[in-house]
Design a protein around this ligand. Structure first.
Ligand code: SF4
Length: 378
């Protein structure tokens, strides 16, 4: 029997401080709860169903995984290796925020086996960094990047955000040019979205957040595509760009709607057609692990139709698009017949390229990719 390929996500739900726009499951807590949570994650991994599983990618996200002591984080990676059969060529990523790491911390993480780093820079404009509530300056971001390189990280992603309050196209161009000058292997560039239950949302409702208009937002996005492709990066997903050979293998698992297990408060898993989420609150998570109780906060059995719709939606996000034959084999449906209406309409509008083997969003369709993807949800 072929081994089952299942990726692993570890959620470290702590940050030095919460950013003004953040709606992730993260807490600006310190002290014992941080250690207790990381120990509970190790225990959670030790009892996971690992039978017949091979792990091609591991991703430590958050939160800020470089906020706790590296030794605690490394213990989690060791627990994964003891419990699971991790591929020898596995991609093992960790997110880091400037201001929480120096060269020696990076070196310890690199030596422990992390081989890809995702650095949350967001902007190279100090005024904007401050407005976002980030704990670092632009200078510190550059220092962190250089420290990571010096510590041996040869595969680095930089996270950037555009369409920030009061941001002009010129300011975004400056940030992007500075970032390109550093020559990371990968970029993730997202437009800011103002999420409910964040300080930015309150400011937005009060009319205190001056966001760029739609036209500027679009020009920033199109500039991003132009500048990064010119600099040698493949635009392989709506918001992601990589030098050849450096696409993020872990995120590709999500975009193909393949299987993954999540460990840590609020982490989501998807396996055998079931999606579930762990208890979000770290205190409740720790207690449940200690008491041997269920860690599931939400669970959903996905109907075949729903899973198919999600797979198409996720694959359309990528520039490779939908691999028609693979999806047909996986779900046993004739895709061209099943989605004839959507395909004809989107093709007529020149928003989607459709061949018998592949569907891809066109350049014209990219700025409204989310709307196009939603057409395929059941
Ligand atoms: S560093 Fe990231 S996870 Fe932490 S508060 Fe800021 S945006 Fe949220």
């Amino acid at each position: 029997m072929n081994p089952e390929r299942v990726s692993i996500y570890v959620h470290i739900p702590f940050c030095a401080r919460r950013c003004e726009y953040c709606d992730f499951n993260t807490y600006a807590w310190r002290g014992n709860i941080v250690r207790d949570t990381l120990e509970a994650i190790c225990e959670h991994i030790r009892v996971a169903d690992a039978e017949g599983v091979v792990v091609p990618t591991i991703f430590f996200g958050g939160g800020t995984p470089t906020f706790p002591e590296p030794e605690l984080v490394i213990r989690i990676l060791d627990a994964i290796r003891s419990r699971f059969n991790v591929s020898t060529d596995a991609e093992i990523s960790i997110e880091a925020n400037p201001g929480t790491v120096d060269r020696s911390r990076f070196a310890v993480l690199r030596q422990a086996g992390f081989n890809r780093l995702s650095l949350g820079v967001q902007s190279f404009d100090d005024r904007l960094l401050q407005a976002l509530g980030r704990i670092h300056s632009s200078r510190e971001a550059i220092c962190s990047y250089e420290a990571a390189r010096a510590a041996g990280f040869e595969n680095i992603n930089i996270d950037l955000m555009f369409a920030l309050p009061d941001q002009t196209l010129r300011q975004w161009q400056h940030t992007l040019r500075t970032a390109i000058g550093l020559q990371p292997e990968h970029f993730s560039c997202y437009a800011l979205t103002v999420e409910p239950r964040t300080p930015f949302y309150t400011m937005y409702r009060r009319g205190q957040l001056n966001l760029p208009d739609e036209d500027t937002d679009l020009r920033m996005y199109l500039y991003t595509i132009r500048a990064l492709t010119r600099a040698g990066y493949e635009h392989y997903e709506i918001s992601n760009f990589a030098k050849p050979g450096y696409r993020c293998r872990h995120n590709i698992v999500y975009w193909r709607n393949e299987q993954y297990l999540g460990f840590g408060p609020g982490a989501v898993s998807y396996r055998n057609g079931v999606r579930w989420k762990c208890l979000s609150n770290p205190r409740r998570y720790v207690q449940a692990v200690r008491d041997g109780l269920s860690l599931v906060e939400e669970e959903e059995q996905l109907a075949c139709e729903q899973s198919l719709g999600e797979t198409l939606m996720l694959m359309l996000r990528t520039r490779d698009g939908v691999d028609v034959r693979t999806v047909q084999e996986r779900y046993g449906v004739n895709l061209l017949q099943r989605y004839a209406n959507q395909l004809n309409r989107l093709r007529r509008l020149r928003l989607l390229e459709v061949t018998p083997d592949r569907w891809r969003i066109t350049r014209k369709g990219l700025p409204i990719a989310n709307t196009i993807c939603a057409e395929f949800l059941a």
